[in-house]
Design a protein around this ligand. Structure first.
Ligand code: CP3
Length: 349
């Protein structure tokens, strides 16, 4: 199917057009650096409550669009809402990040209920519907991104039970008991496909697959646990929804980004902070959009350093389909006025 007609700069770019100045959105654009986010989060009484209360989740999704006019809104939720929807215990402890009851054995695996996902995730789909409707009326030209974590990255949290390190337990399970690990991954892959298709059905116009921990693997592990499941997911998505573009983000993949981009049917790849945009431009197909990759700490710093870094990325990307973004999520100490400074630079590009 041909990419559908659209006048949204973000979607045109994902369809392979070199729109200039490039469209922009920022990973974690809704979050603690915004006072209006903190106010709604306090009202919700917790992060999971916020993700599963459609009017509040829709509100925080739209806050950064109102404030900065980004070209895309990203659904406010979390990659760990898929294990939560399969029934795994999840909480977000203040200052500790996510905590889950780790999957250690067959009993832990058997307890994961893939069939429960549509019902448990229903409030999130309601958020998608509300945000899409609000964008069409109040922010024409802005697109809605849905997302999930990739099976590898989400499995890291599910087996480890927490983040904050290099996931030794998850990586060891992949070596010591590859059958058990593959079974966790298989359930997750199925739940993730259901979850992404439901977002498309509810009104998401593009989807992103976050593989934040892809770079922890050896090349053979990368092929087995990152590329292979991503190929299957992307192929199934293309088949069911050829109209919905997919962005892949195999963070810290280094030169394996080239293999990822060649194998996985994505319309764009997101570059992490350390990726050289000029290298990426030479090693991914020319019609495939690139997205990224300003260092989030440059936005905390602001001033001339922010301007120089942003301009260098623009220079490397001029003339090809490109979406400006960060190389990883925006961090809480970011002064909101530095994001405004960045927007001024980008809109004048
Ligand atoms: O604005 C957006 O980008 C949309 C919402 C979004 C969140 N998390 C909200 C969130 C998205 C797309 C994510 C993705 C996510 N979540 C990833 C992949 C991207 C990446 O950053 O590598 C990962 C690994 C997670 C898991 C996760 N969620 C962690 C490790 C943490 C704790 C660390 C932290 O920043 O607090 C979260 C919590 C989380 N997810 C917050 C937000 C806004 C902070 C929660 C709060 O308000 O206290």
């Amino acid at each position: 199917m041909l990419p559908r007609m659209t006048d949204k700069p973000f979607l045109k770019t994902l369809a392979g057009e070199a729109v200039w100045p490039p469209p922009v959105w920022l990973m974690r654009q809704a979050g603690r650096y915004l006072p209006e986010y903190r106010a709604v989060r306090d009202k919700a009484g917790g992060f999971i409550a916020l993700c599963t209360t459609p009017d509040l989740a829709a509100e925080v999704t739209l806050q950064p669009i109102r404030r900065y006019g980004f070209d895309a809104a990203i659904l406010f939720s979390d990659i760990l809402m898929v294990p939560w929807a399969m029934g795994q215990d999840l909480r977000f402890a203040e200052g500790e990040g996510p905590l889950l009851t780790p999957i250690k054995d067959q009993a832990g695996l058997d307890a994961l209920d893939v069939a429960a996902v549509p019902e448990r995730a229903a409030p999130i789909m309601e958020t998608v519907r509300r945000v899409r409707a609000a964008l069409e009326t109040d922010h024409p030209g802005r697109a809605l991104i849905g997302f999930a974590g990739s099976p590898w990255t989400v499995a890291c949290y599910m087996v480890e039970g927490r983040g904050g390190g290099e996931f030794p337990l998850a990586r060891r399970m992949a070596f010591r008991d590859p059958e058990m690990f593959a079974a966790v991954m298989a359930k997750l892959e199925s739940a993730t496909l259901t979850y992404l298709l439901a977002q498309a059905e509810a009104g998401a116009e593009a989807l992103m697959l976050f593989d934040s921990w892809a770079g922890l693997l050896s090349p053979s592990g990368f092929r087995r646990w990152v590329i292979e499941p991503s190929v299957r997911l992307a192929t199934a998505l293309r088949k069911a929804r050829p109209d919905i573009p997919l962005i892949g983000f195999p963070r810290l993949a280094g030169p394996l980004l080239q293999e990822y981009a060649a194998a996985v049917s994505v319309q764009a790849v997101a570059m992490d902070t350390g990726m050289d945009p000029a290298w990426a431009a030479r090693h991914v197909p020319p019609q495939m959009a690139l997205q990224g990759n300003l260092d989030p700490q440059a936005v905390v710093a602001g001033g001339p350093a922010l301007e120089a870094e942003a301009r260098a990325i623009l220079e490397a990307m001029r003339g090809r389909p490109f979406v400006f973004n960060l190389g990883h999520g925006i961090v809480p100490p970011t002064p909101p006025e530095h994001v405004a400074q960045l927007m001024q630079i980008l809109r004048a590009a």
